[in-house]
Structures are given as structure tokens and as C-alpha cells.
Design a binder for this molecule. Sequence first.
Ligand SMILES: NC(=O)c1ccc[n+]([C@@H]2O[C@H](COP(=O)([O-])OP(=O)(O)OC[C@H]3O[C@@H](n4cnc5c(N)ncnc54)[C@H](OP(=O)(O)O)[C@@H]3O)[C@@H](O)[C@H]2O)c1
Length: 251
Amino acid sequence: MQITGNTVFIPGATSGIGLALARRLHAAGNTVIIGGRRTELLESIAADEPGLHTVRIDTADPASIEAAAKQVIAEHPELNVLITMAGVMRGEDWTGPDFVATAEEIITTNVLGPIRLIGAFIEQLRSRPDATIMTVSSGLAFTPLRVTPTYNASKAAIHMLSESIRLQLADTGVRVVELVPPAVRTSLMPGQEESDFAMPLDAFADEVMGLIESQPDATEIQVENVKFLRYAEVRGEYDQTVAMLNRLDPH
Ligand SMILES: NC(=O)c1ccc[n+]([C@@H]2O[C@H](COP(=O)([O-])OP(=O)(O)OC[C@H]3O[C@@H](n4cnc5c(N)ncnc54)[C@H](OP(=O)(O)O)[C@@H]3O)[C@@H](O)[C@H]2O)c1
């Protein structure tokens, strides 16, 4: 995607990576609409940064997705970029019976959410001459963290969905770009904002903006820190990387 001149909707930008990218995309000359459930954050972010638009959306709720999509498209008919950022990460213990509800919650938000969002926006995106769907996977889609089985699987699903819908949309004006973050200091998991293992948020967001600008045709946005997970198997170092990652696991 081009770094400037777009109208971008980011459901999942009340905090963390989504908000950091929203601020930078806005500063780079894009119209940006951020979404999330926490209305108090949406209001304070909008008050802080004039020109940033907001919409309340719960991406775990199909009716909320439909309503927000209608509103965003009506207010911003030039919308050409959707970033399916909203996601949750939870630890699970699959040695006991209590993980199923957690697993269902993760799949609803991390997999059904992006699917429903893309469904709600695909006609709009196809109507634009140059459009982008940016999905958000994780280094954990490629090398698993022991404590978060369903999260890892949800991100592997996002990777393969991205690969597959890119093939279907190849003859349209809609590009599919997968953002593959490493561990980044956000509030995604308890303790993550202080984790030495995770990358500082600003450094990550700056590197992502640099990659979007220098590689407008990239199909994956990979900062340097994610490559040891992304390419562990390709390097022939999968078992060692799994072992190392899970010893380093700060949770
Ligand atoms: N930080 C990392 O280490 C890392 C690594 C790889 C991938 N990622 C991915 O990056 C994305 C952003 O995470 P983050 O690290 O920035 O964490 P974060 O600060 O917790 O941000 C998560 C965002 O998702 C939104 N969200 C969650 N559930 C939602 C729902 N049902 N409806 C609408 N919005 C929802 C939250 O907004 P509300 O609470 O206001 O709804 C928030 O804006 C996630 O997909 C995550 O899996 C993060």
C-alpha cells in the first residue's frame, strides 16, 4: 500500500499497535478512522488528536460490525484500506477442562472478527481503484508459545487466510498485506508492557512505517525482530527456536 493519501479504518486502535500506527498514518497524510469497544478511550483520543475519526465497534459481535461498517462507509465513501487489528491473547491450560471458553473467545475475536470485517467491507474495497486489506498475524503463527495454544493457532489461521484470499483477489484492485509483529510492549497480555523480551512500541511502529514506505508492494510486513520466529523452520532451526522461545517466555 502507499504510505499516504488513503482513507484507513483500523478496528482495534484504542491502544497498542493499532493506535501507534493510526497516529503515524494520520501524520503521514491519510484520513484515519479508529475503532474499538472502549468509548472513553475513543473520546479522549479524538480530543487529543483533531482530525482522527472514531467509531465504536465490537468485532466479536456481527451486528456491531455491520453497523460500524455502514457508518464508516457512509461517512467516508473514499475508504480504501481496512486494517483488521483487533485481537486478544490469553493463556490457556489444556491439561484441564477450563480452556474451551477461552479458546472460543479467542477464535471469535481473532479469526471470525477479521473474516466478518472483510465480509462487511469487501464490496467497498472492490469499488476503489487501489485498495488494501492489512491483516495482523504474529511471529507465533510460525513458532508456538507454550502458554497460548489457541492464540498461536488463530494467528496461523490469519496467515493462511491472507495467503489464500490474496490469490482470489489477485485480479482485483484489492491487495492483501499481512503485518507479522514480534512481541511488542503493549497491554495485550499482563506484564507485556514491561517485558524485556518485547520490542518497544514506538520503535516497532516506526519500523513498520518505514517498511510500508520502502516496500509498497510487500505482501508481508516483517520487522527484523520477528524473522527468527517467522523463518525458524525455513532455516532448519525450528526445534531449537521453539525451545528457546519457551525458555524466554516471560508469562
Ligand atoms: N503486542 C504484541 O506482542 C503482538 C504481537 C503479535 C501480534 N499482535 C497483534 O496485534 C494486534 C493489536 O494488539 P496490541 O498488542 O496492540 O494489544 P492491545 O493494546 O491490547 O490492543 C488490542 C486492540 O484490539 C481491540 N479489541 C480487542 N477486542 C476487540 C473487540 N472485540 N472489538 C473491538 N476491538 C477489540 C482493543 O480495543 P478495545 O478494548 O477498546 O475494544 C485494542 O484497541 C492484535 O491482533 C494482536 O494479536 C500483537
